[in-house]
Design a protein around this ligand. Structure first.
Ligand SMILES: [Zn+2]
Length: 239
């Protein structure tokens, strides 16, 4: 017994050495040594995978929020009424934002030099006036609000409330005032070519899916205040 015990004791280190020479054990040892690095590689890869999986739907979600929650009503964006002290008369019956007056009048002067006679039809409109226009015309034309909204903004949703919108006609073709036919006038062709120089932009183009094409309706984007006001509208047009 005594001898056996000694042999056993002697055998254990031998067995250990044999065990360590086993190719599997070497692999295991190597794995153990490299495990922190492997763990790092795997976790980085896993993180990337998760991030990619999440990023797709998340991006779509953010896009959807922007698309659906921009507070449109019948396709129109909300606009605040400009304080009266920022308004100036450019005609006996037309007021506009003081920031756009000079540019607007300069545009009319320059057009005149080219033999084009622009006429201003409508500038600032208070929310109350817009209310009258929207509801009275709706009942006259026997139209549903949604139909009416294609040609007129609901109160609180008109660019005209900002003072930065102007409806323009051709003084030589007044029958085209507020009509799609305005696009056939020389005034319109001149505006398409030159209005951007004076920071005016067509608000409702032909491809607007909510609102009818309004070739007579232009908005001013030549000041930071105006750019901020129309930022959402511009973002939507790019989508
Ligand atoms: Zn207008």
């Amino acid at each position: 017994m005594e001898q056996n015990k000694d042999i056993n004791q002697f055998d254990i280190p031998l067995a250990k050495r044999t065990y360590l020479k086993n190719p599997y054990s070497i692999l295991l040892k190597k794995l153990l040594i490299f495990s922190p690095f492997l763990l790092l590689i795997f976790s980085t890869a896993a993180l990337r995978l998760i991030r990619n999986l999440e990023a797709g739907p998340l991006r779509n979600f953010v896009f959807q929020v922007e698309k659906n929650y921009d507070h449109r009503v019948l396709g129109h964006l909300p606009y605040k009424e400009i304080p009266r002290e920022k308004l100036v008369f450019i005609e006996p019956n037309i007021e506009v934002h003081i920031d756009m007056r000079d540019s607007l009048l300069k545009m009319r002067e320059e057009a005149k030099k080219d033999g084009i006679y622009l006429v201003f039809l409508s500038g600032f409109r208070s929310i109350n006036l817009q209310k009258d226009i929207f509801y009275s015309l709706k009942s006259i034309r026997n139209q549903e609000a949604a139909e009416r909204a294609r040609v007129s903004a609901p109160p609180g949703y008109s660019e005209h409330s900002t003072g930065f919108a102007i409806d323009i006609g051709d003084a030589t073709q007044r029958e085209t005032d507020f009509e799609t036919e305005f696009e056939k006038t020389r005034a319109f062709r001149w505006l398409i070519k030159n209005a951007a120089k004076y920071h005016f932009k067509l608000s409702f183009e032909k491809d607007n899916k909510y609102i009818d094409y309004e070739p007579w309706h232009w908005r001013y984007e030549g000041s930071i205040e105006a750019l901020k006001i129309f930022e959402t509208a511009n973002r939507k047009l790019q989508i």
